[in-house]
Design a protein around this ligand. Structure first.
Ligand SMILES: *[C@@H]1O[C@H](CO)[C@@H](O)[C@H](O)[C@H]1NC(C)=O
Length: 263
């Protein structure tokens, strides 16, 4: 009698422990799914090939890509930026940019920022700030972005002045040249290995379609698709097109000297 009552009490205790542990696991599981920790292999792979002064790249970054950070969709995306675009390498190893010398400076500065702060959530605000300035024609004020997004200028300036930034640009050149199918213009947006061509402004709906994880990302619950515009291909910078840019082709010695000095 004594023994069986004791066993009975023990099995009740075990049952209670079991219930507590199942409940704890359920709470932990639901906490995990409500937070936005998405396993790396589940993320949609998105790469933007661009150049700093192509007006359509500026527009894409400033008016479209930033939304991923605004609405949280970035947690479901493995986003890479490749700031080189339609630049060309001369036989002496120097780089010539489609929109002139300023573009080479800014591509390199952005490559340095990406290298200095490898997490996209860390370098995107800086790249966004620079592209927002160029979008407003204020490309020469790019250095104000250090202050605006509150980052230490040193790693970027050291990278630029030491020539390491040039090495990074050569790597980005190799990357865009290796694309299959090859890029024909920028912005060139590649999602899970497939170029979006001129549909790039619908980036959010493409990400939502591509995302295969179990939980629908919240921003995907209310996606709108843009209306077709008349000449979508007028909104790209072609590979071999001559620049129609308002930016001077070269940086005058004084300007360039000022910039190097202030670095
Ligand atoms: C973008 O640049 C313009 C011009 O400098 C500035 O007025 C505006 O505040 C900037 N926007 C953001 C979101 O930084």
């Amino acid at each position: 009698m004594e023994v069986s009552r004791c066993n009975n009490r023990r099995s009740k205790l075990l049952l209670l422990l079991l219930i507590v542990s199942v409940a704890t696991n359920l709470v932990a599981a639901s906490a995990a799914s409500s937070s936005v920790a998405v396993a790396g292999e589940e993320k949609v792979k998105l790469t933007l090939y661009y150049e700093a002064l192509c007006p359509f790249c500026e527009n894409f970054i400033v008016n479209y890509l930033y939304k991923l950070f605004d609405n949280g969709l970035i947690s479901f995306v493995d986003l890479k930026l490749s700031p080189y675009g339609n630049a060309k390498i001369k036989s002496d190893g120097t780089i010539v940019c489609q929109h002139g010398a300023w573009e080479c400076v800014l591509n390199t500065v952005e490559a340095c920022a990406i290298h200095a702060w490898p997490a996209v959530s860390d370098h995107f605000p800086f790249v966004y700030c620079v592209e927002n300035l160029t979008y407003h024609g204020e490309y020469a004020n790019w250095e104000t972005c250090f202050e605006k997004v509150k980052v230490d200028p040193k790693p970027v300036l050291d990278c630029y002045t030491s020539g390491f930034g040039h090495e990074l640009e050569l790597q980005y050149a190799d990357e865009i040249k290796a694309l299959e199918p090859p890029h024909t213009y920028v912005p060139w947006v590649v999602l899970d290995g497939q170029p979006l061509y001129d549909d790039y402004e619908d980036i959010i709906s493409f990400i939502c379609k591509a995302y295969k994880g179990s939980n629908t990302p919240e921003p995907c619950l209310h996606v709108t698709t843009r209306k077709e515009t008349a000449n979508p291909l007028d909104r790209v910078c072609y590979k071999d097109e001559k620049s129609k840019s308002k930016v001077p082709e070269t940086i005058s010695w004084m300007q360039y000297g000022d910039m190097v000095e202030s670095m």
